[in-house]
Every structure is written in structure tokens, then in C-alpha cells.
Ligand binder design. Structure first.
Ligand SMILES: [Zn+2]
Length: 289
């Protein structure tokens, strides 16, 4: 249902006929018993409207599904995807975060008996790197403690001995897009020493440099930040929050491709550039949740 109509309907009374409620049988499910599709709900995090048709035209080649993909427009910037092959769904979700026209696309797989209105679209998995921590290798309890300070911890990218690829701690974390990006984590050790870790995000789409939210850029910000228009004021949320996938020193593990291979505005998020009409480069690093 269009959210704008929902708001509109609150502004005037309904007729007596319209106020009647039909009670449904208790065994009615959200889907037809013959429908074996796999549903994913998606929302483009942009305060401006995106064109649904242009979105669908871009997403099809980007998702590159083996089996048919059906896309339906639900309401402002919100879409329902019906996949027919589990492999397609898993590949798309594992490659998150995705972006459309440099804005984050939040995806949430729906459960078998879940109703559309019950799906929360607030979390998106990212790879985050925490730099400047004093560890030689990472003890077992540290990744979850740190990950839950940034969002919801999913897993750590560590060897069984707690070894990381580079000096940073790399975690898969579901970020709550309702909140500003977390820039630092502070850890206090038993001797009272406090260490500040710097958080960086891989494949970070556009975000507001004033308030750190992902659904707009600073020109559209209503935070009333004092930094805007003041040349001398530091950027509170800057490009230093972006990170490339880690690589061991002396290796050339990361492959880069031109965005022309994706075509259009849609791609797994991955540019280090904040400006420009579209990401020029994306990383193919085969993210796994
Ligand atoms: Zn803002």
C-alpha cells in the first residue's frame, strides 16, 4: 500500500460502510499454497524518490539471476523481489551491501509465513574494519563485543588462531540504518587504559557528512549541523570512514573491474569516491556472510 495514501486517509473520516471490518479465517496465509517463490523486501535509502521502472531495469542485470526474478513496486522506494532459485537469493544477499545510484539498498529475506507489514528494513550487513586496536591476534570474545558496539555482530573474518589478514579487525556486522555510522569504539582494559578503535566500512555508499546517516547527503540534511558552510570546521563523517577490502602486504589479491561490466546505476556498493554520477570501480571480493 502506498504510504502517502495511508497518511492521507488519516486526515478525513471514513464512511460507515468503509469502517466495516471483515474477519478472515485463522488459517489464511500470506501466500497461495502453490506459490513456492522466495521473497525479499527491499528499500532504497534515499529521501528523494527513485524511479521504479529505472530501478527495475538496472537491478535485473546487476542481480544476474539464473532463474526468473519478479520485481514489484510497493510504495515510495520500496520493492518486493520474488526469486525462484535459492542460489540466486543467497548470492544476492551475500553480496550485500548493494546500492542504487550510490544510495544503499536495504534487503531483508522474508520468512515463509511472514506478512509484508511485519518486515523490518532497518539492518544491512557490511564488512567493517576496526583499526588501531592493540591486539597481536584477536581473543575469541573480542569480535562480538566490538561488533555489537557498531551494530549486530554476524561473524569475524579471523583464522581459528584469531589472526586477521591485515592489522585491523574485520567483522561482518548488520548496521542499523536508523542511526548514524559508528566512527569509533572505546575499549577499557583491566589496568584502566582506554584504547580507541577507528571504524571503517567497506563498500560504503553515500552518507551525510554532517550527521552520518545513510539516507541522504549533506545538502539534504536537516540536522542543523554547524559545520555546513564553515570552511574551517572539520567534516564529522568523511571519506576516512571508507575502507578497501584488506590484503596481506606484498600480495595482489584484489581484482578490480570497470563498472561498464555492470552497466547502469546498480551495483554492489564499492567505490571509494564520494562524488560523481556513479561508482566507477567495484570490488569483486566474493563476500560471504
Ligand atoms: Zn544529515
Amino acid at each position: 500500500m502506498d504510504l502517502d495514501i495511508v497518511e492521507l486517509l488519516k486526515s478525513f473520516p471514513l464512511t460507515e460502510e468503509e469502517q466495516k471490518i471483515v474477519v478472515l479465517p485463522s488459517d489464511v496465509k500470506p501466500r497461495h499454497p502453490l506459490d513456492n517463490g522466495i521473497y525479499v523486501l527491499g528499500r532504497v535509502l534515499n529521501r528523494r524518490r527513485v524511479n521504479p521502472d529505472a530501478f527495475a531495469r538496472s537491478i535485473r542485470p546487476a542481480f544476474d539471476c539464473f532463474q526468473p526474478l519478479n520485481i514489484k513496486f510497493l510504495s515510495r522506494n520500496k520493492f518486493l523481489f520474488r526469486f525462484t532459485h535459492p542460489g540466486d537469493v543467497n548470492r544476492v544477499l551475500n553480496a550485500a551491501p548493494w546500492h542504487y545510484d550510490r544510495h544503499l539498498l536495504v534487503l531483508q529475506k522474508m520468512e515463509e509465513d511472514q506478512w509484508l507489514g511485519d518486515v523490518v528494513l532497518d539492518f544491512c550487513p557490511f564488512y567493517v574494519q576496526i583499526h588501531n586496536l592493540p591486539y597481536l591476534s584477536y581473543p575469541q570474545e573480542i569480535p562480538k563485543l566490538v561488533g555489537d558496539m557498531i551494530g549486530k555482530f554476524i561473524r569475524a573474518d579471523l583464522s581459528p588462531q584469531g589472526l586477521s589478514i591485515d592489522a585491523s579487525l574485520r567483522l561482518r556486522v548488520a548496521i542499523d540504518v536508523k542511526h548514524p555510522l559508528v566512527r569509533v569504539v572505546k575499549l577499557e582494559f583491566s589496568d584502566g587504559k582506554v584504547f580507541t578503535g577507528f571504524v571503517k566500512y567497506e563498500k560504503l555508499p553515500v552518507f551525510c557528512s554532517d550527521c552520518g546517516l545513510l539516507d541522504h547527503i549533506s545538502e539534504d540534511c536537516d540536522s542543523g549541523s554547524t559545520s555546513r558552510g564553515m570552511i574551517s570546521a572539520p567534516v564529522e563523517y568523511g571519506s576516512w570512514l571508507r575502507a578497501k577490502p584488506p590484503k596481506a602486504l606484498g600480495s595482489s589479491a584484489n581484482r578490480r573491474i570497470r563498472s561498464s561490466q555492470y552497466g547502469g546505476k546498480f551495483a554492489p556498493a564499492g567505490s571509494d569516491e564520494e562524488e560523481g554520477p556513479a561508482f566507477r570501480d567495484v570490488f569483486l571480493d566474493n563476500d560471504q556472510v
